[in-house]
Design a binder for this molecule. Structure first.
Ligand code: SF4
Length: 585
C-alpha cells in the first residue's frame, strides 16, 4: 500500500538540524538543492500505480526512493553503498529529509522499487517528474520560456553488461540454458538430468573450451570438437520439440522452452555453417548476431571505423537553448544512429507540451531515407550530407543535376538529358562519343563508354541540404548542435558508458536516471541566474537586521542568518553558474 510522507519539515529532520552545515560544505550544492525542492519534484501520488490501493503494509514513500535513486546516480554508487549513505551520510540525509537516526530504507526496498518501475514500464517516471519540474521553472524564466524548441540529437555507445563469448562458449552457454529448461520441465535436478543425457560438461560451471582437451592449434581437432557440440545442440533441439508436444501451447513452460531453444537455434544459424563434411565455423559476422547469453539483446556496434563496441546505443535529444535532455531511447548497438530519431522528437513534444521547430544532427542522420522520414512527418531536419568520393575520379557532387529540367551538366560543361531506369535505379547517361573526346576523361571515366550519374531516390532533399550546408548560416547550426555533445559527455560522466544492468529495458532506466540527474544539476546551476539580485536584497535585509542585533555576542558563521535563506547557498551556486554547461557539475 502506498506510503506517503508529510510535506511538513520535521523539527529533528537532518535538513532542519544540519541543512546549514551541509550547505556550507564544498561540493554540496546539489544536496542542498534537493533538500529545498524535493517536495516539488517528486510526489508520492505520482508513483501510486505501483502500489495496491487498499491493502498491505504502508510502503516506504516512493518519493523518497526516487530521490535515493537520483542520489545514487549522482554519486555513482552501488545499491549497498546507497543504503549505507542514506543511513550514515549527512549530505544524503539532508537531501532525503530524513531524521539523523533514521535508516530510511533497506537495500532490497530500493532494488524492489527499481524493479517495479521497470516491470510496469515506468522507466521514464523519475525523468518525467524531474523534467516537468525543471520546465515549470524554465517557464518562470530561469531556463528560457519558449514553447518552441530546437532539438539536437546524437547517440553514444553503451557497453553491455553481459559476458561476450566466442562461438564455442556461446554454444555451450545456450545449451546449458536449454538443459536447465528441460530439467525444470521434467522436474529433475539439472545436474542429474544432464548426466543422464551425457551433457554434464555444459552445466558444471566451468568454461566449455577449458574442458575440451584438444590441441587448439590443430584445425581438425577444433572442427571435431565443434561438430560434437553442434551434434549435442541438434539432439537437444529435438528433445525440446518432443517436450513441447506434451505441453499446452502458450503455457509458461512452453514459452520458456521455446525461448531457450530459439536462442540456441539462433546461435547455430548465425555462427555455424553446415557442410556435407560436417559443421564448421561461419566466416564473417552475421547480421544482428547474438553475442552473449547473459544479455541476448546486446549487439556488435561501431561509432567509427576504429571504435567498435558490444552493447547498446543511447539516443539523446537535447533542447539547444536550455541544454535540457528532453528525451532518450536505447537502441541495439548495431542500429543506425537515426533509428527512433522521430520517436524522441515526438516524445519531446509530449513531455514538454511544446512544438519542435527544428532538429539538428550530425552526418549520421543525414541519409536520404532519414530526411524523407522527417519530411513526411512535416519536420525540419538540419544534418550534414556525407562527403561522396569516387576513388580519385570526379564524384557525383561535381555534376549539376537539374531534376526539373531532367538534365545533368558535367565538369567539362557537357549536358545530357538521357535519364534512364526507374524508381531506385535512375541514372543520367553521357554519350560514349562525348566522353571519348573529352580532355577530362582520365579524371572522370574509368571503364569504357560514357559516364553515368545515379539519381538518389531522395535526390531533391539531398541537393537542398548540400546547398544549405554551403552557406554561412549552416555554421551557426553546427555550433548549436555541439550542445548535445556536451550533454552526452555529462551523461557519460554519470555512468551511461557502462551498462549497470542487463537487457535494454533496464539500460533504458539507467539512461533515464542519468538524464534526470543531468537536468536537475543543470537546474541547480540555474539558481545562479538570479543570485546577484537576491544576494543584494538579502544583504540589505541582513544589514538592517544585523544593526538591530549588534549586541549579539557572536555569529555562528560568516553568512548572514536570515530566516529562510542561506546566502552561501546562492553564493555557491554563483560559482556553479559560472561553470556554465561544464560537464563537471
Ligand atoms: S568524361 Fe564525359 S562526363 Fe566526364 S567530364 Fe568528360 S564529357 Fe563530362
Amino acid at each position: 500500500m502506498l506510503g506517503t510522507r508529510s510535506p511538513q519539515r520535521g523539527l529533528f529532520d537532518a535538513d532542519t538540524v544540519y541543512g546549514e552545515y551541509v550547505a556550507a560544505g564544498e561540493g554540496t550544492s546539489f544536496y542542498t538543492f534537493l533538500a529545498q525542492h524535493r517536495h516539488e519534484i517528486f510526489r508520492d501520488e505520482d508513483f501510486a500505480e505501483l502500489y495496491c490501493r487498499d491493502n498491505g503494509r504502508r510502503s516506504v514513500p516512493p518519493s523518497l526512493l526516487a530521490l535515493a535513486l537520483v542520489l545514487q546516480t549522482y554519486t555513482r554508487v552501488s545499491d549497498e553503498e546507497a543504503h549505507d549513505r542514506a543511513c550514515f551520510d549527512l549530505r544524503w540525509k539532508v537531501a532525503l529529509g530524513v531524521g539523523e537516526w533514521d535508516k530510511p530504507f533497506a537495500k532490497s526496498t530500493l532494488q524492489e522499487f527499481r524493479a517495479q518501475l521497470v516491470l510496469h514500464q515506468r522507466q521514464a517516471a523519475i525523468f518525467q517528474e524531474s523534467l516537468k519540474w525543471v520546465r515549470t521553472r524554465a517557464r518562470q524564466g530561469a531556463l528560457g520560456k519558449d514553447k518552441q524548441v530546437r532539438l539536437a540529437l546524437d547517440t553514444t555507445a553503451i557497453l553491455g553488461r553481459g559476458a561476450v563469448k566466442d562461438t564455442y562458449n556461446l554454444l555451450g552457454d545456450s545449451i546449458a540454458l536449454v538443459v536447465e529448461a528441460l530439467a525444470a520441465q521434467a522436474g529433475e535436478e539439472v545436474a542429474a538430468w544432464a548426466e543422464r543425457e551425457g551433457l554434464s560438461r555444459y552445466v558444471n560451471g566451468d568454461s566449455l573450451k577449458g574442458q575440451l582437451d584438444i590441441d587448439w592449434s590443430d584445425k581438425h581437432q577444433r572442427e571435431r570438437a565443434l561438430q560434437a557440440i553442434v551434434a549435442d545442440a541438434d539432439r537437444l533441439l529435438e528433445l525440446v520439440r518432443q517436450a513441447r508436444e506434451q505441453l499446452e501451447a502458450g503455457s509458461l513452460e512452453d514459452k520458456r522452452l521455446a525461448r531457450m531453444a530459439g536462442l540456441l537455434a539462433r546461435v547455430l544459424v548465425q555462427d555455424i555453417e553446415r557442410r556435407p563434411s560436417g559443421a564448421v565455423l561461419k566466416q564473417g559476422v552475421s547480421k544482428d548476431r547474438v553475442l552473449s547469453m547473459t544479455d541476448p539483446e546486446m549487439r556488435h556496434g561501431r561509432k567509427s571505423p576504429a571504435w567498435r563496441f558490444d552493447g547498446f546505443k543511447a539516443q539523446v535529444a537535447v533542447d539547444v537553448d536550455t541544454q535540457l535532455v528532453t528525451a532518450v531511447a536505447v537502441l541495439p548497438g548495431n542500429a543506425p544512429d537515426a533509428e527512433q530519431a522521430l520517436d524522441v522528437v515526438d516524445q519531446t513534444e509530449q513531455e514538454l507540451d511544446c512544438t519542435v521547430t527544428e532538429v539538428l544532427a550530425d552526418a549520421a542522420y543525414g541519409a536520404g531515407a532519414t530526411r524523407q522520414a522527417f519530411a513526411d512527418a512535416g519536420r525540419s531536419l538540419v544534418a550534414k550530407v556525407g562527403v561522396i568520393s569516387n576513388q580519385g575520379s570526379f564524384p557525383k557532387t561535381d555534376f549539376q543535376i537539374d531534376l526539373d529540367a531532367g538534365s545533368c551538366r558535367c565538369p567539362a560543361g557537357e549536358m545530357t538529358f538521357d535519364l534512364r531506369g526507374a524508381g531506385l535505379n535512375r541514372r543520367f547517361q553521357f554519350a560514349a562519343e562525348v566522353c571519348g573526346a573529352c580532355r577530362l576523361r582520365s579524371q572522370c571515366v574509368r571503364g569504357q563508354g560514357g559516364r553515368t550519374i545515379s539519381v538518389h531516390p531522395q535526390e531533391r532533399l539531398l541537393q537542398a541540404a548540400r546547398a544549405f550546408q554551403a552557406t554561412p548560416v549552416f555554421r551557426e547550426y553546427r555550433a548549436r548542435r555541439q550542445t548535445v555533445e556536451h550533454r552526452l559527455a555529462r551523461l557519460v560522466q554519470l555512468g551511461i558508458r557502462q551498462a549497470r544492468y542487463r537487457g535494454s529495458a533496464k539500460v533504458l532506466f539507467q539512461v533515464y536516471l542519468a538524464a534526470a540527474v543531468a537536468n536537475l544539476t543543470l537546474a541547480a546551476t540555474g539558481h545562479g541566474v538570479f543570485w546577484p539580485v537576491l544576494v543584494l536584497f538579502w544583504a540589505l535585509v541582513a544589514g538592517l537586521w544585523g544593526r538591530s542585533s549588534r549586541s549579539a555576542t557572536h555569529r555562528r558563521s560568516a553568512a548572514p542568518a536570515v530566516p529562510g535563506l542561506d546566502l552561501r547557498f546562492f553564493a555557491h551556486d554563483r560559482r556553479l553558474s559560472l561553470a556554465g554547461s561544464r560537464p563537471g557539475f
